[in-house]
Design a binder for this molecule. Structure first.
Ligand code: AMP
Ligand code: MG
Length: 350
């Protein structure tokens, strides 16, 4: 399949390209598009054949449900039932934006879109290209991240082309994703609203709006096996680079000296990468040192994480050490992705 590629400026969106992309989706095809979190791989959410194509293009297991992207709140009423006042408060404060909510689904949403579940995940993205595309394609776009299953999510059009060229109809490149990590997912079908995936919208921000909210135990006990995660996607190997990734946590000096020692004593022939910060990147003599941003700016670290993991893949790095990023705000989401990418390999140093 030939993949048509278009570069768009989100401040001056070419309506002809959006019209063409909308038509592709209306007739059951697939279009990758930018959002403020990561790039999405979109198909018509109400067309079960289109959802099937999404799974095939990604190589994703079909029990892993898709998020339905909408552009207005009327659309919410058409595909969700039992919308609570709490949900409406969250929608009012955080939509359009990086928050996904889980509802009971309406009959018009096919089970292929929800991975067989009676619930549906819904988000209204903030990116103007995404909103224009949703409107042009009938109002409901099912979209997981536009990466091959198991690879880090794409945060640029280049990443999408690396994974999807030849597998989908069209790619809309809108530049770099502003947030760079997937949306927060909150389940409102539970008695106590439950965060199934941490993201830019934090637990504290949600609690400020609707009161008591909890993390799914699978997020907190991330290292514990045997807990079946409620967001089915969280059980799969995710976000992972091809090389082995090891996280090192502790006081900065101890972390730096541990990683330096590993570099110095590494096996001949290994290609070593380090995920370091603005403050520490000059302290390492590895083959590939990536400055992921300032330790003081977690949003910058979040924005760069997937690009850095993909850069290591491009350079065939075999062993990666990463500093840990425990702090406030979005660091819960950063560490959630990093720990999964590392297959839970964390070394504590002191
Ligand atoms: P992605 O589209 O790649 O960001 O992944 C979507 C995430 O949303 C996956 O982790 C899914 O398991 C989760 N998800 C989507 N729909 C539901 C649902 N109805 N209930 C629970 N989790 C969901
Ligand atoms: Mg994904």
């Amino acid at each position: 399949m030939k993949t048509d590629y278009y570069s768009l400026d989100e401040n001056h969106i070419d309506p002809a390209v959006i019209e063409k992309a909308g038509e592709v989706i209306r007739r059951g095809g697939l279009v990758a598009f930018p959002t403020e979190t990561v790039y999405g791989l979109g198909g018509d959410a109400l067309n079960h054949t289109a959802s099937g194509r999404i799974y095939a293009a990604k190589g994703r297991p079909s029990d892993n449900p898709l998020i339905v992207h909408i552009a207005d709140t009327e659309a919410l009423n058409r595909i969700a039932v039992g919308i609570s006042p709490a949900a409406l408060k969250l929608a009012k404060r955080f939509w359009p934006g990086p928050l996904t909510m889980i509802f009971q689904k309406a009959d018009c949403v096919p089970k292929e879109t929800t991975g067989g579940l009676d619930t549906v995940a819904i988000r209204m993205p903030a990116n103007p290209i995404a909103l224009a595309l949703i409107r042009a394609s009938g109002g409901y776009i099912a979209a997981p991240s536009a990466n091959l299953s198991g690879r880090p999510s794409p945060t640029s059009g280049r990443h999408v082309m690396q994974d999807m060229d030849g597998r989908i109809d069209m790619v809309l490149d809108g530049g770099e994703a502003k947030i760079g990590l997937e949306s927060t997912i909150v389940d409102l079908t539970e008695e106590v609203p439950t965060i199934l995936r941490p993201g830019y919208i934090s637990l504290a921000m949600i609690e400020e709006t609707i009161g008591r909210t909890v993390y799914d135990p699978a997020i907190l006990k991330d290292t514990q096996t045997g807990t079946a995660p409620k967001a089915p996607g969280m059980k799969y190997k995710h976000y992972a680079p091809k090389g082995e990734l090891i996280i090192v946590n502790g006081e900065r000096e101890a972390v730096v000296s541990y990683i330096r020692e590993q570099i110095a004593t590494a096996k001949e022939g290994s290609r070593i990468g380090v995920i370091a910060t603005e403050e520490t990147c000059r302290l390492y003599a590895a083959d590939f040192v990536e400055n992921i941003g300032s330790a003081k700016d977690e949003e910058e670290v979040a924005r760069n994480l997937y690009r850095v993991l993909r850069d290591f893949d491009d350079r065939q790095v075999t062993l990666i050490y990463s500093e840990a990023f425990y702090g406030g705000g979005i660091s819960v989401a950063i560490m959630n992705r990093l720990i999964k990418a590392a297959g839970h390999k964390i070394i504590e140093v002191s």
